[in-house]
Design a protein around this ligand. Structure first.
Ligand code: NAP
Length: 217
């Protein structure tokens, strides 16, 4: 059982991850810019689970209390949210779910100069933080029904092997198959792939297309 803070867990992606991790027995803290909003989001999940297992507070207190910090905010809020919790992330696993989308052309891959959002996070947080990138290809629609099997694999990138193993375990706990997809530098492909999937969603009029790794027993 881990203590997991989901920053921006009031939103689409974070609330689904929070629901699934709480159901798996983790202690989940929803983080928000506003403690009240986080508490309401936690209460909604607790109603779904019929258990008071999720709590909510502001992002700073959520990050302070957690062992594992998961960032699920829009790219425009990436840098400022990291700055607000910087000191509480040191020596912890920091899971970046952010996709560096540049509206309005969200179906076009537009990566930042650093290579990816998660490399920007690593540079901002410093070497003591174990930044791992995961879940960018999992549509929020798949996550919100905890009984729904997820037909999309999770590619996990990072420079710390043990941190990646932790996140692969978290993916499994949330009902997903995950793979070690190499160093954090590889996140450029995984984050960029989300724009490709958004394009497929638009073309095929679906909510959440996904990817599967084949050839591995
Ligand atoms: N939605 C998906 O299907 C999906 C799939 C894969 C990856 N992602 C990625 O996951 C991240 C979150 O996506 P989402 O759809 O969950 O986003 P969202 O629902 O629009 O926003 C998530 C939370 O971020 C916080 N936030 C929003 N704007 C902010 C701002 N300007 N400054 C600070 N905080 C702000 C809000 O929390 P508070 O108001 O409570 O602070 C909001 O509830 C994005 O980077 C997205 O690309 C999303």
């Amino acid at each position: 059982m881990s203590i997991i803070a989901v920053l921006g867990g009031t939103g689409h992606e974070g609330s689904g991850l929070a629901l699934r991790w709480a159901r798996a027995g983790h202690m989940v803290i929803i983080g928000s810019r506003t403690a009240d909003k986080a508490q309401s989001a936690a209460a909604e999940i607790n109603t779904l689970l019929a258990s008071p297992s999720v709590t909510g507070t502001d992002n700073v207190n959520a990050a302070r209390a957690a062992q594992i910090i998961v960032l699920t905010v829009p790219y425009g809020a990436h840098q400022s949210t990291i700055a607000s919790v910087h000191e509480h992330c040191q020596h912890k696993v920091f899971v970046d779910v952010t996709v560096p989308l540049v509206p309005p052309k969200v179906a076009r891959v537009q990566m930042p100069a650093a290579g990816s959002a998660s490399q920007e996070a690593q540079a901002q947080l410093g070497d003591a933080v174990k930044v791992v990138t995961a879940f960018q290809n999992i549509g929020a629609d798949h996550l919100k029904d905890a009984d729904h099997p997820i037909d999309c694999d999770v590619l996990v990138c990072g420079d710390d092997k043990d941190a990646k193993a932790t996140v692969i375990g978290l993916a499994r706990d949330a009902g997903m198959q995950a793979y070690d997809a190499g160093p954090l530098a590889n996140a450029v492909v995984v984050e960029g792939l989300t724009s490709v999937l958004i394009g497929l969603n638009i073309k095929h009029k679906v909510k959440a297309s996904g990817i599967k790794i084949t050839g591995i027993m």
